[in-house]
Design a protein around this ligand. Structure first.
Ligand code: DX5
Ligand code: ZN
Length: 221
């Protein structure tokens, strides 16, 4: 049994149209989504470059959906305040990109946002143990970060199950989020494993029927 499990659907703008962000946001809203996932890539922590806090600020003005900022940058501590000021609701940074993770979590909370941490597929979930009590969200990368449209790495399921068990056993309150290769075929197993937030880039935006894809990923009847 899962305690207080949420069912949050968060399409990732990465697979949307950067030349017409507004249309992509409207598509996300129309599909009954809960959050918008915003991938910030610096070309150093990951090979790709996307956008910075101005994009988040501009998006904040045109939607009321929660903005879920995923920082794939080195030195995340240098960017927290800018993204908080821009209107982010959640700010998630990478364990692999920060030395003083506990301090970065504090910094995010002091900025008024909810604090998330993410790990890449090669990082064991056990490395998060000292941070678990302080987190609002844990984002399990189920592909190597940097690009949309990659194949889901099945071992990610064990990480979700472990985090779900630890949450139950210790009364922790973090949400478990999954990012990478999520689609209507694997969503049910991810929800069953204990994930609360399903992020979808290519399966949502490349679908012929994004509204149906959203329904299927959420498991709506
Ligand atoms: C990848 C990003 C993801 C990406 C997922 O580094 O963090 O949010 O948009 O895309 P799909 O759903 O296509 O794997
Ligand atoms: Zn992401």
């Amino acid at each position: 049994m899962h305690v207080n499990k949420k069912n949050i659907f968060a399409p990732s703008l990465l697979s949307g149209n950067f030349a017409d962000v507004q249309a992509s946001i409207r598509l996300i809203e129309k599909a009954n989504s809960d959050w918008i996932h915003l991938d910030v890539m610096d070309g150093v922590f990951v090979p790709n470059i996307t956008f910075g806090h101005k994009m988040v600020n501009d998006i904040r003005k045109i939607t009321t959906l929660s903005l879920d900022v995923h920082l794939m940058t080195i030195h995340p501590e240098n960017h927290i305040q800018d993204f908080a000021n821009a209107g982010a609701d959640y700010i998630t940074f990478h364990l692999e990109a920060a030395t003083h993770c506990h301090r970065v979590i504090q910094q995010i909370k002091e900025s008024g946002c909810r604090a998330g941490i993410s790990i890449v597929p090669g990082t064991p979930v056990q490395l998060l143990s000292e941070l678990l009590p302080f987190l609002d969200l844990i984002l399990i990368m189920s592909v190597n970060p940097g690009f949309g449209g990659q194949k889901f790495i099945p071992q990610s399921l064990n990480k979700i199950e472990t985090l779900d068990r630890l949450r139950k056993d210790n009364d922790y309150s973090y949400l478990i989020s999954v990012d990478g290769g999520v689609n209507n075929e694997n969503a049910a197993s991810l929800r069953d494993a204990g994930s609360d937030v399903l992020i979808s880039g290519s399966s949502f935006f490349n679908s012929e029927n994004p509204e149906l894809e959203s329904k299927l990923i959420r498991g709506d009847k």
